[in-house]
Design a protein around this ligand. Structure first.
Ligand code: AKG
Length: 254
């Protein structure tokens, strides 16, 4: 579906399925501007970031980036993208409540190395009450089954939060314990994308991705918006972040 021509259909799909793909959301020119700013961010900003905002395959050398978070805190271009541009407008249009921008992140699955994304619901990480939030996930490369496209469980946002527990995957520390029921598998849908396509997903929608088995790049940006009516359980969130930070340092992962 195309934006804004099919606004009503996009909104209906998002509400029904808990995710929706919007094709050709950014054109090649806009996408190249994003890629250029990302490269500048990697070259100039990443070396000075705090440990919690950058996860690498090689933490010692801060090389081979796997994930960057809180990019809006360190860079005006990504802050603007999160707060004011077309992405923010799409988020506001799809939400039934007023939104507050929360996070801009980079998800990178390097060729042959990029790890899986365990099945999870973003809301489990957000510690948000009530769990009302959405993510806009922008493909910077072609994303398919071979290089780690996202699989969504259609309609799962209407069935509440599933139990999660610790995983060994850096950046995705929590995964659904009992994932893979017949209902999950039956409702799974692969979101294969072209560069410039976006997916919008609700914070309760179950999703996962395979490792990048290809020799191609698989880069994406994620923009997260919380409902202005929801509150973060700050104490639980800080405690959780601190605990993870300590564990990762102890294990030499960051
Ligand atoms: O890029 C990925 O593999 C995962 C992204 C994700 O889980 C998210 O944006 O919520």
């Amino acid at each position: 579906m195309k934006w804004p021509q099919q606004k009503d259909d996009i909104r209906a799909s998002f509400q029904r399925d808990g995710f929706v793909i919007v094709r050709n959301f950014l054109d090649e020119g806009a996408l190249n501007t994003v890629r250029t700013n990302l490269q500048r961010y990697v070259d100039e900003t990443v070396p000075n970031l705090p440990d919690m905002d950058v996860f690498c395959e090689d933490p010692e050398e801060r090389r081979q980036i796997r994930m960057l978070s809180r990019m809006e805190k360190h860079n005006a271009f990504f802050a603007q993208m999160l707060k004011e541009g077309a992405v923010a407008e799409l988020a506001r249009d799809l939400s039934s409540t007023k939104l507050k921008p929360h996070d801009a992140a980079f998800f990178n699955k390097l060729p042959k190395i990029g790890d899986q994304t365990p099945p999870h619901q973003d809301g489990f990480y957000f510690l948000l009450e009530p769990c009302e939030a959405l993510t806009i996930w922008l493909a910077l490369d072609t994303v398919d089954r071979e290089n780690g496209c996202i699989y969504y469980v259609r309609g799962s946002h209407q069935r509440g939060m599933r139990p999660h527990s610790r995983t060994r995957v850096l950046g995705f520390s929590q995964g659904i314990i009992d994932y893979g029921t017949a209902e999950d598998v039956e409702a799974e849908e692969a979101a294969c994308l072209a560069p410039g396509d976006v997916i919008v997903h609700h914070a309760l929608t179950i999703h996962r991705a395979d490792p990048n088995r290809s020799s191609r790049l698989r880069r994406a940006l994620g923009f997260v918006y919380f409902s202005a009516d929801s509150v973060v359980n700050e104490a639980a969130s800080e405690q959780y972040q601190q605990q993870l930070n300590d564990e990762w340092h102890a294990e030499g992962k960051i």
